[in-house]
Design a protein around this ligand. Structure first.
Ligand SMILES: [Zn+2]
Length: 261
């Protein structure tokens, strides 16, 4: 059987430019450009699904805070939520719905935005994304500047990897998962469980899609359906616990904080 080589981060593709953190001067000019385009004759800072970028969203948030413009704030937050949702369903559809591009280092940038503007309800999914990257990116000083965030990431990553390993053990010993009508899928399912157990980064939430796209024809229809359901149950368990893993009380309380923001 070929090896599982693909390691997908929860944010991927191209690197952000180094100047992704706006200087005060850059921010000012960016705000001016937003104001200039926010006229009826030009394009506007539209809500989702209109695409935008993180730099624009950050600038709009600063603008709304400085001049107390709730209208800009709610639009900026809706764009951030499209990329960093609060529900598993939102997570499962984020590639289709997100209006902020999936750049390789987006979570490392947006975590600073979330902290700066006190957007706690975004942090569980942002921090999950960070934990899907190699640990070196969390430990190094260049991407995470806040020591408290680094500690939260390291502790949360440890907890998520443990949950992932427990789910892998469950998959490999569950008689429903391992019972193939044609008797040919057991070794593949054990391999899938072993790969999950051995991942050095967090990856459960996208594991079914990742592993089955790498091995599209290695399971019969019945086993693939069982495996999909098993992964979905495991993902829901992990999603429910994401806030507590990163030191928050619950999704419900984060939702209340979002509503009162
Ligand atoms: Zn089968």
């Amino acid at each position: 059987m070929p090896h599982y080589r693909t390691r997908r981060f929860s944010e991927r593709s191209h690197f952000l430019p180094k100047s992704n953190i706006l200087s005060k001067v850059g921010c000012y000019h960016h705000i001016l450009s937003i104001q200039q385009i926010s006229t009826p004759t030009f394009s506007f800072f539209e809500p989702p699904p209109t695409p935008t970028d993180l730099q624009t969203v950050e600038s709009v948030l600063r603008l709304s805070r400085k001049y107390d413009v709730p209208y800009f704030k709610s639009r900026a937050l809706s764009h951030l939520n499209s990329a960093f949702p609060m529900t598993l369903d939102g997570w499962n559809h984020r590639d289709q719905n997100r209006t902020i591009p999936a750049l390789d280092l987006t979570p490392f940038t947006v975590v600073q935005t979330a902290r700066e503007f006190d957007l706690d309800w975004l942090l569980p999914s942002i921090l999950y994304c960070i934990c899907s990257h190699p640990i070196e990116r969390t430990l190094g000083p260049s991407l995470i500047h806040d020591e408290e965030v680094r500690q939260i990431c390291i502790i949360g990553r440890q907890k998520l990897l443990l949950m992932q390993a427990k789910e892998a053990l469950h998959m490999s010993t569950n008689p429903v998962v391992m019972s193939c009508p044609g008797g040919r899928c057991a070794s593949t399912l054990r391999y899938f469980a072993n790969v999950l157990c051995g991942l050095e980064s967090v990856g459960l939430l996208n594991y079914f899609d990742d592993i089955t796209s790498d091995f599209p024809d290695n399971l019969c229809q019945s086993c693939k359906a069982n495996f999909r359901e098993t992964c979905a149950v495991a993902c829901q368990k992990m999603w429910n616990e994401l806030p507590t893993v990163f030191g928050f009380s619950s999704w419900e309380n984060l939702e209340k904080k979002k509503l009162s923001y």
